[in-house]
Design a protein around this ligand. Structure first.
Ligand code: MG
Length: 161
């Protein structure tokens, strides 16, 4: 399943390395020793979780069907047009951020608002491509990976309290 999901993302123009670059971009201000490899490890761990894989499978399938004009109306127009009042793309992505608790939610909100790097590219991509779900999935995966790093780097004495 992990390999299928990674390939599905790659076929849609999204690599785990690019998601890791987003994680590094938002976390480097907090941890000056943080490396891209560490961020990539975090992203891989997030994508190995079953609930994350389920969200990716669902969201990417809906994007692809919208691109092909195969969704029933009015859903077709809503997803293809990335109607900002739709909101189901963000709700689906929350099943990813939930995996690492409430820090994930805060990180997701930040990424959704600032749209750095790959997220901005997905959001602005036109020429018939539909990434209505993908931009939120990527933001959520990056947010969850960032939260995982935050939890892992928490000083031992704080955890023991
Ligand atoms: Mg969206």
């Amino acid at each position: 399943m992990y390999k299928t999901v990674v390939k599905m993302l790659a076929d849609r123009g999204v690599t785990l390395k690019e998601i890791a670059e987003v994680v590094l971009e938002v976390q480097r201000g907090y941890y000056d020793q943080l490396t891209l490899e560490e961020c990539l490890e975090g992203v891989e761990a997030v994508v190995r979780k079953r609930e994350v894989q389920n969200a990716i499978l669902t969201g990417v399938a809906l994007d692809m069907l919208a691109e092909q004009g195969k969704l029933p109306e009015p859903l077709q127009s809503i997803v293809a047009g990335d109607d900002f009042l739709f909101g189901v793309d963000e709700i689906l992505a929350l099943s990813i951020t939930n995996v690492y608790g409430s820090i994930g939610l805060t990180n997701f909100g930040y990424l959704d608002k600032t749209k750095p790097l790959l997220i901005g590219r997905l959001n602005s991509k036109k020429n018939g491509a539909c990434h209505t779900f993908m931009d939120d999935l990527v933001a959520a995966i990056a947010a969850a990976a960032a939260s995982r790093i935050a939890h892992a780097r928490r000083p031992a004495e704080v955890i023991e309290d």
